[in-house]
Ligand binder design. Structure first.
Ligand code: BGC
Length: 723
C-alpha cells in the first residue's frame, strides 16, 4: 500500500491521545537536568502506551533497539519511534566544525561529512540528525557561529543543499542515510549582541534576503525536517510564528515534512510572555505550524482539552500526525524498525579518517605569509612547537558526542609534525594554558623558541568557549596567550601562528609580529595531521574566510555585504569627520570575507559578460548572463584558488548590499597553468525580496556591477545594464 494510504488508515485507527503522542519527542539518557533519572523511564512508559513519537539522545544500537521493541511490540498500534541526535560534524569521525567547512568554499566537504556521519549514525540506530544549522550570522561573539556556515546567505545556501544531500542521499530508507533538519527557523543568527537566545528584530526584506535563502535552499533540496528557533522574530517567538512556519515554509515553499520545536521551545513561549499557560503554548505552537514538541509536553498534556474546546482543529492535528508518520515511512521504520547491532560502526574507519583529514586541510585559511615563511623548511633540525594547543587532543570542535570525545580525540600537532619531519627535533613547550592567568611556562617557551630553527605557536580558544550558550564579549585570545606570543616575538625569531578557534578572533595586536598565520578553526579528529599537512606544504592551503575578521569586538557587526550609508567612509579622505566610522579604529575589517592566501600566486582577469544588456522581463522568463574569468597560477607550485563572483545593484527601490556573493569555484592549477572559470547570472542573482510580507521578489531595471576576484574586495569589474 502506498505511504499516503497507510497514513490515512492509521489515522483512522488512532485515538486523540495516540495522535498527540506522535507529536511528542522526549529525551533519553543524556537528559541530565532536573528530573533526569525519570527521563528514560518516562520515555519507556510513553512508548509502551503508544503515546510517544520520537526520542532524542538515545545512544547506541542496542539501546535504540530495546526502546524500539517496546514501541513496536508492546504498544497498541506498534508505531515505531524515530530517534534523533545532534550529529553536527561527525558521529565517530569528527569532521572540522561547519564554519571551517564553509572556509573550504567547496560544498563537497559538507557532503562528505554528511555522508560519513549518516553511515556511522544510522548503523548505530540514529534515524534523524538535527543538522545542518544554516543560520546566517554576522556575530562572531555568538558561540553558535561555529555551527554555522558563516555570514553569507549564498554560501550558506550552497552548503545547506550539499550537507542535506550527504545526510539524506536519494532514499531515507537506505541503511546508510538519515533525515536532516534545517535549523533554526529563523533568523537565530541575528541575536542582539550575539547573546545566545536573544531577541531578533528584522524587516521582512532582511529576513527574506539575508536569513531565509539557505532555508529555501534546504526545502528545495528536499530536507525532511525543519526546527523552529529559540528567538523572537520582530516580537513573535519563532515557535508561535505562523508567518514563518506556515505562511512561508508550509504554504509558499510547500514544505511537506516535519517542523520540530527546539528543546522546550514550546514551553518557552510562556517564558517569553507570549503564551498564557502551557495549554496556550501548545495551541500557539500547533496552530503556527510546529508538528513535534521536543522535551516539553504542552500538547501531549493539553491537546485533548484544546481540541474539545475548539482551540485547535482536528484537521491541523491530523496534518501534524501525518507529517510525523510520513517521516517514519520514508525512513523505512515500519518495515525495518531495528538495526543490526552486529553491523554498528564502532570506530572511525581508515577511509573516514582520510576524508576528515582531507576536509580539515581544505578548510584551513592562510591569513598571512610574509617572505614565504611557510611552508616550513623540513630540513630544520629543531622545530619549537609552542602553545596550549600544540599538544592538545581537544581540537574536535563544539558539537561532538561525549563518547567520541573520550574515545577518539583529535591527533596533536606535535605528534603529526614529528611524523612529517622524523629527522627533526621537535621541542614542545605549552607556555601558558588556554585559559587562566598562569605565566610560569613562558620562560621555557621562549627558551625553546631561541634554540629552534623554526617556531610554530599553536594558540586559540578551546571548543568549550564556542558553540551553544558560549557567547563571548571579547574576541581576543583567552588567558595569557597574547603574552606568550609577545614573548616569542621578543626573541626576534620569525614564527608562525596556528589559530584554532570556533569563531573569528581579533588578532590585530600581534599580527604584525608573526611571519605567518594559519586559521585552522577546530579541525576535528585529524586536526594534528591536517595542520601538519598545511605547515609542511604537503597540502597547499586554499581556504577562504566565510566570515569577516573584525579588528575589534566593538566594531561588530562588520560584514562585507553591508548597505551603503549616506555618508560612507572614504579611504582617500581619512580625516573627514561626519562619515560613518569609528574615531578610534581604522576603517574596515582585519580580513575581509573571502580572503585567503596560498603558497603560490594567481592572477585573475576582469569578468567578461556574455552580454552587457538584458531585459528584466527576459531574466524573469529564465534568460541568463554568462560570466567568464581568466585565472592563471603565476607562482612556483600547484595550488587552489577560489574565484568569487559578486554583484552590486547600484540603484534600487531597497538599498542593496555593496556586494553580494553569487558564485564561487574552487579550482586547482598547476604551476603556470591557466583556465577560464564560468558563472551564470539569473534572475535569482540579480533581483531581491521587497518588504511585502506576502513575498515579492523583483528584478529592477538599472545598472549592476559584476565583480570577480579572490576575495570580497575583488576589484575586477564589468557592468551589466538591466533594461
Ligand atoms: C539546540 C538545538 C539542538 C537541540 C537538541 C538545543 O538546545 O538549540 O540546536 O538540536 O538542543 O539537542
Amino acid at each position: 500500500m502506498p505511504h499516503e494510504d497507510r497514513i490515512k488508515e492509521l489515522l483512522g485507527r488512532m485515538t486523540t491521545r495516540e495522535k498527540l503522542g506522535q507529536l511528542q519527542q522526549l529525551s533519553w539518557a543524556w537528559d541530565t537536568g532536573p528530573g533526569a533519572s525519570a527521563g528514560t523511564a518516562q520515555a519507556e512508559t510513553a512508548a509502551r502506551e503508544g503515546l510517544l513519537g520520537s526520542v532524542l539522545n538515545v545512544f547506541g544500537a542496542a539501546s535504540g533497539n530495546a526502546l524500539q521493541r517496546i514501541a513496536v511490540e508492546e504498544s497498541r498500534l506498534g508505531i515505531p519511534l524515530v530517534f534523533g541526535l545532534d550529529v553536527i560534524h561527525g558521529y565517530w569521525t569528527t569532521f572540522p566544525i561547519p564554519l571551517a567547512q564553509a572556509a573550504a568554499f567547496d560544498p563537497a566537504v559538507a557532503e562528505a561529512d554528511g555522508a560519513t556521519s549518516a553511515r556511522e549514525a544510522r548503523s548505530n540506530g540514529v534515524h534523524w540528525t538535527f543538522s545542518p544549522m544554516i543560520d546566517v550570522t554576522r556575530e562572531p561573539r555568538w558561540g553558535r557561529i561555529a555551527e554555522s556556515f558563516g555570514e553569507d546567505p549564498y554560501l550558506t545556501a550552497r552548503y545547506a543543499a550539499a550537507k542535506i544531500c550527504g545526510y539524506e542521499g536519494h532514499d531515507l530508507g537506505s541503511p546508510d542515510r538519515i533525515a536532516a533538519c534545517a535549523k533554526h527557523f529563523a533568523a537565530y543568527g541575528g541575536a542582539e549582541g550575539g547573546r545566545d537566545y536573544n531577541t531578533v528584530d528584522v524587516s521582512e526584506q532582511r529576513l527574506r534576503n539575508t536569513y531565509l535563502p539557505p532555508f529555501q535552499a534546504a526545502a528545495d533540496a528536499g530536507v525532511a525536517t525543519f526546527m523552529a528557533s529559540f528567538n523572537t522574530v520582530s516580537g513573535v517567538p519563532a515557535h508561535g510564528n505562523a508567518h514563518l512556519l506556515t505562511g512561508i515554509l508550509k504554504q509558499q515553499w510547500d514544505f511537506g515534512g516535519v517542523v520540530v520545536s527546539d528543546w522546550a521551545g514550546v514551553h518557552e513561549l510562556l517564558v517569553h510572555g507570549y503564551a498564557a499557560d502551557a495549554a496556550d503554548a501548545g495551541r500557539l505552537a500547533l496552530t503556527s505550524g510546529v508538528d513535534m514538541e521536543m522535551v516539553s509536553t504542552s500538547l501531549a498534556e493539553h491537546g485533548e482539552e484544546l481540541l474539545s474546546a475548539g482551540h485547535i482543529t482536528q484537521q491541523r492535528l491530523d496534518d501534524a500526525v501525518a507529517r510525523v508518520l510520513r517521516l517514519k515511512f520514508r525512513l523505512g521504520l515500519f518495515d525495518r524498525p531495528y538495526v543490526d547491532e552486529g553491523a554498528a560502526v564502532a570506530a572511525p574507519t581508515a577511509s573516514a579518517r582520510s576524508a576528515a583529514r582531507e576536509a580539515a586541510a581544505r578548510c584551513m585559511v592562510l591569513l598571512k605569509n610574509d617572505a614565504a615563511a611557510l611552508p616550513l623548511d623540513l630540513k630544520a633540525s629543531t622545530i619549537a612547537v609552542i602553545g596550549p594547543f600544540a599538544d592538545s587532543g581537544d581540537l574536535l570542535g563544539a558539537w561532538v558526542l561525549p563518547d567520541a570525545q573520550r574515545r577518539f580525540p583529535s591527533g596533536t600537532v606535535v605528534e603529526a609534525l614529528q611524523a612529517a619531519a622524523p629527522q627533526a627535533r621537535i621541542r614542545h613547550a605549552r607556555g601558558v594554558e588556554a585559559e587562566g592567568d598562569a605565566r610560569d611556562g613562558i620562560a621555557e617557551a621562549v627558551a625553546a623558541a631561541r634554540a629552534a630553527d623554526a617556531v610554530v605557536v599553536v594558540v586559540g580558544e578551546p571548543p568549550a568557549l564556542s558553540g551553544e550558550a558560549a557567547t563571548r564579549s571579547g574576541l581576543g585570545l583567552p588567558g595569557a596567550q597574547e603574552e606568550l606570543i609577545a614573548a616569542v616575538a621578543a626573541t626576534g625569531k620569525p614564527f608562525t601562528v596556528v589559530l584554532v578557534a570556533g569563531r573569528p578572533l581579533t588578532i590585530g595586536g600581534w599580527l604584525d609580529s608573526a611571519a605567518a598565520v594559519v586559521m585552522a578553526w577546530h579541525p576535528g579528529i585529524e586536526a594534528g595531521r591536517a595542520i601538519a599537512d598545511v605547515l609542511t606544504g604537503a597540502v597547499n592551503p586554499g581556504g577562504k574566510l566565510p566570515v569577516t575578521f573584525p579588528r575589534s569586538a566593538g566594531q561588530v557587526p562588520v560584514y562585507y555585504n553591508r548597505e551603503n550609508t549616506g555618508r560612507p567612509y572614504d579611504p582617500a579622505q581619512p580625516d573627514v569627520k561626519y562619515v560613518s566610522k569609528y574615531v578610534d579604529l581604522a576603517d574596515g575589517p582585519q580580513f575581509p570575507f573571502g580572503h585567503g592566501l596560498s603558497y603560490t600566486t594567481f592572477a585573475t582577469g576582469e569578468p567578461q559578460l556574455s552580454r552587457d544588456r538584458i531585459a528584466a522581463s527576459a531574466l524573469r522568463a529564465g534568460a541568463t548572463v554568462d560570466v567568464t574569468v581568466a585565472v592563471r597560477n603565476t607562482g612556483s607550485r600547484a595550488g587552489d584558488e577560489v574565484v568569487q563572483l559578486y554583484v552590486h545593484d547600484l540603484v534600487a527601490s531597497i538599498v542593496q548590499p555593496v556586494r553580494r556573493l553569487r558564485g564561487f569555484h574552487r579550482i586547482t592549477l598547476a604551476r603556470g597553468e591557466s583556465t577560464v572559470v564560468r558563472f551564470t547570472l539569473a534572475a535569482a542573482d540579480l533581483g531581491f525580496w521587497t518588504n511585502d510580507p506576502t513575498g515579492e521578489f523583483v528584478v529592477e531595471p538599472g545598472a549592476v556591477d559584476v565583480y570577480a576576484g579572490t576575495s570580497s574586495s575583488a576589484e575586477g569589474r564589468s557592468r551589466l545594464m538591466i533594461t
